[in-house]
Design a protein around this ligand. Structure first.
Ligand code: PEP
Ligand code: MG
Length: 433
């Protein structure tokens, strides 16, 4: 694999556009040969009943390879609590410890581990006293969860009767069906990257239609917010290699969409087609920096809609929203709000950009704080600006699922929260208190 990868790099480095343009084809070819060579290989992983996945780097794709009923924990040498793998782990209700430096990965295999996702600790071959203490903590956790469960089926509203809708974040894994979706007001953030990540090429429009249709149908008539592709940063596509010094300040989200309108058009066409007769689609644009991007993407959306109508599809223009996750969007909130139908704050990226703390960098993970006064002031400004145009503001970053932040966010004037399934009952319990 390394050697094929290296060859592809060499082709890329040659200043020969013929080869450069074909680098991804060559990689693809390499992958196919490898798959062929490896098929039937004897070292297929055998996952024990209680698997803790340990690695220098753990990817979403690797996670998906472990049978879901066997995965009980994740330990990674890289990343932090706001990395996408950590978000995914939270969504699956699996404890994860990220950024464990000096992790002796090779010596951990087959050993018993206690992992503490709250404190970020890993005990290898723990002493009996450690095990007893952690059994006690786990019991306490179960009791808390049971207490929060008492609000199941009750509406999320404050004691003075104000409704505070709670939405689901999904898409990172095939989580749908794993939880009681009736509890949610809809989907507040569907991350569309996964179907792009697990393939060896861009999925065709027809493939995407089926995927989005499944999600839209599962939640209809409740609204489903599909986010357009947000690759780049820590979500690269194997067949669309981008080499950058600073990927999080680089080519990601709508920046790629604007440079490759054909990718964007295919995706939104698929979304619009999937929503025919359902009418519960909302489209959300990630990584918006300024108004020109919104104007241009809205033109592309209109074009997709017009073309589909001409082709005979009964499509309707859905509500369009932007994510506020780049600091400039906070300061441009009024201009953005007048152009769109809703606003959703992505506190994961907003925090990393406001505080200049890479959300994947273990060394600065201690500085990452989505309750920093700066983040709260930004939220206040967003709510104030959006209100001038009567645009609802929600939060879809991990902060939305933190029950300790719920009262504060309600007080700031945020109107809805969108979170992983596992956080719902605890947050609703706070709302109802
Ligand atoms: C965010 O940035 O807060 C967000 C919700 O998007 P993602 O975590 O996918 O970047
Ligand atoms: Mg983001």
């Amino acid at each position: 694999r390394e050697s094929i990868h290296a060859h592809a790099q060499v082709f890329e480095a040659m200043d020969d556009s013929y080869l450069r343009e074909r680098a991804s084809d060559i990689r693809d070819l390499g992958r196919r040969i490898l798959t062929h060579l490896q098929s039937g290989s004897p070292d297929k992983q055998d996952y024990p009943a209680e698997t803790i996945l340990v690695g220098d780097e753990v990817s979403a794709v690797q996670l998906a390879e472990v049978p879901k009923d066997r995965l009980v924990g994740i330990v990674a040498a890289s990343g932090s609590s706001s990395s996408h793998v950590a978000i995914l782990a939270r969504a699956m209700g699996v404890p994860a410890v990220m950024g464990v430096t000096d992790l002796p990965v090779n010596r951990i295999n087959d050993r018993e581990l206690v992992i503490d996702g709250y404190r970020g600790r890993v005990y290898v071959s723990p002493a009996a006293s450690v095990k007893v203490e952690y059994e006690r903590l786990a019991d306490e956790e179960r009791a808390l969860t049971a207490e929060a469960e008492t609000v199941r089926g009750l509406p999320p509203e404050s004691t003075d009767g104000v409704a505070f809708p709670l939405f689901l974040n999904t898409g990172l894994v095939h989580e749908t069906g794993n939880h009681n979706s009736e509890e949610f007001a809809g989907i507040g953030l569907y991350r569309t990257e996964l179907p792009f990540m697990v393939r060896d090429r861009f999925p065709a429009e027809s493939v995407q239609v089926l995927n989005y249709r499944r999600v839209l149908e599962a939640f209809a008539p409740r609204p489903v917010t599909l986010r357009t592709l947000d690759i780049g940063g820590d979500k690269p596509l194997p067949y669309f290699p981008v080499v950058e010094q600073n990927p999080f300040l680089g080519w990601r989200g709508v920046r790629i969409s604007l440079d490759h309108p054909e990718i964007f058009l295919t995706q939104v066409r698929a979304m619009l087609r999937a929503a025919v007769d359902l009418d519960n689609l909302r489209i959300m644009l990630p990584m918006i920096t300024g108004v020109a991007e919104v104007d241009e993407l809205k033109l592309l959306l209109t074009r997709a809609c017009d073309e589909l109508e001409e082709e005979g599809y009964a499509v309707r223009m859905p509500p369009i929203g932007v994510m506020v996750e780049v600091p400039s969007a906070v300061f441009m909130i009024e201009e953005l709000a007048r152009r769109v139908d809703f606003i959703s704050v992505g506190t994961n990226d907003l925090t990393q950009y406001l505080l200049a703390v890479d959300r994947n960098n273990t060394r600065v993970a201690g500085l990452y704080d989505d309750l920093h006064p700066t983040v709260l002031r930004a939220l206040e400004q967003v709510v104030r600006g959006a209100r001038l145009f009567n645009r609802p503001v929600g939060i879809c970053g991990e902060l939305a699922g933190n029950p300790m932040a719920t009262a504060l966010l309600m007080g700031l004037g945020v109107e809805s929260l969108s979170m992983s399934a596992g956080s719902l009952m605890k947050v609703k319990w706070v709302v109802r208190s």
